[in-house]
Design a protein around this ligand. Structure first.
Ligand SMILES: Cc1cc2nc3c(=O)[nH]c(=O)nc-3n(C[C@H](O)[C@H](O)[C@H](O)COP(=O)(O)O)c2cc1C
Length: 329
């Protein structure tokens, strides 16, 4: 082999050189993210501020959709959300908070219906109403679904099938979900496309007590985690990627996770995607406690359970189609 080729190979495969190149790439990325992530100068940026409000309002909405919801939950959170909504509309008068207002209203009626008056929230909401007039009346809060209609929709055309999938936080704990259904869904999801067909995604399936341990660790399903029967931790194998593909594993893994979610829906089981977005220390702990190899990156957890005859879901309003695309001619 020529010296030139030997040097080229050395540079390409040497770990220290790779580390230096990655540090440069990561530094550039950190610079970009320090400008654009929601955390930076949030209160001065309409989109960033709205993202924070969205997360907090959605937490209230999904709280109401939990099977064993505690009536009167979250009052301090509601009060601080309303305060920040007032700050937001005073800073960005043209912005719409119609969805968040609809969530607050559904929270108030939800509690009233269950005989729990949340006077402090109602009083603070009156102040917000004096500052802000809704432009549209949106549906928010909880919607009721039934298993029979959901199962019918899983055999319908793709648009109906896709729109019938919802994140479920209200499960039947008496009906057993067969492991074969879960494995059959993984089988369907093998058709997920991946960069150069590298197929680096993998589902670690946890059942029973081990699933509950993982769901407790996950932290975003308190109050309903133990009503689920499986937790599928989707990972992607870093060893399949090169320096220009530092995030490709999340694309491949994310596509697989979505396909798996739809495949499970097709199999008639109730699911919820759950985040594994942690800082590095917690990711390391997740890997250590749940038998994940160092070269795997956690992408997402899918919680799996059984549909109730009649079940609640969070409405999770979707923005209009125009906001989802830009047509470039
Ligand atoms: C990557 C990801 C992470 C999520 N993490 C959580 C979570 O930790 N807890 C939770 O209750 N819902 C979680 N969700 C569910 C979202 O809240 C839900 O998908 C969204 O509100 C849209 O509602 P839908 O799935 O019913 O259409 C997550 C969804 C995704 C895609």
């Amino acid at each position: 082999m020529k010296l030139k080729d030997r040097v080229r190979l050395f540079i390409r495969h040497n770990r220290v050189i790779l580390l230096l190149r990655l540090m440069i790439e990561s530094l550039i990325e950190a610079w970009e993210q320090s400008k654009h992530l929601g955390a930076s100068r949030m209160l001065n940026d309409e989109v960033k501020f709205a993202a924070d409000l969205c997360i907090r309002a959605h937490a209230i909405e999904k709280g109401m959709s939990i099977g064993s919801v505690r009536v009167g939950f979250g009052v301090p959170k509601l009060l601080s959300l309303i305060d920040d909504l007032m700050l937001y509309v005073s800073r960005f008068p043209k912005a719409s908070i119609d969805e968040y207002v609809a969530i607050i209203e559904s929270y108030i009626s939800f509690n009233r219906e269950h005989g729990c008056a949340v006077e402090a929230v109602e009083a603070r909401y009156e102040v917000l109403k004096r500052m802000y007039t809704c432009r549209a009346t949106l549906q928010a809060g909880v919607a009721m679904k039934n298993r029979k209609e959901t199962l019918e929709a899983t055999a319908a055309s793709f648009d109906i099938f896709s729109h019938s999938r919802c994140s479920v936080r209200d499960f039947d704990t008496q009906v057993v979900v067969d492991i074969d259904e879960v494995i059959a869904a993984v089988d369907i999801a093998r058709k997920t496309p991946s960069a150069c067909n590298r197929q680096s995604a993998h589902a670690h399936i946890y059942q029973g007590a081990k699933a509950h341990e993982l769901l407790d660790f996950q932290g975003g399903c308190n109050g309903f985690g133990h009503d689920m029967q499986y937790a599928l931790l989707v990972t992607a194998d870093m060893r399949n990627y090169f320096i220009n593909e530092r995030h490709q594993m999340y694309v491949d893994g994310g596509l697989f996770a979505m396909d798996l979610l739809l495949s499970l829906h097709h199999k008639g089981v109730a699911t919820i995607p759950l985040t594994t977005a942690y800082k590095s220390g917690r990711t390391r702990e997740l890997k250590r406690r749940f038998g994940i190899a160092p070269h795997e990156v956690p992408v997402m957890i899918i919680g799996v359970g059984a549909y109730k005859e009649s079940y609640k879901v969070a409405v999770s309003h979707r923005n209009p189609v125009e906001s989802y695309y830009t047509l470039h001619r």
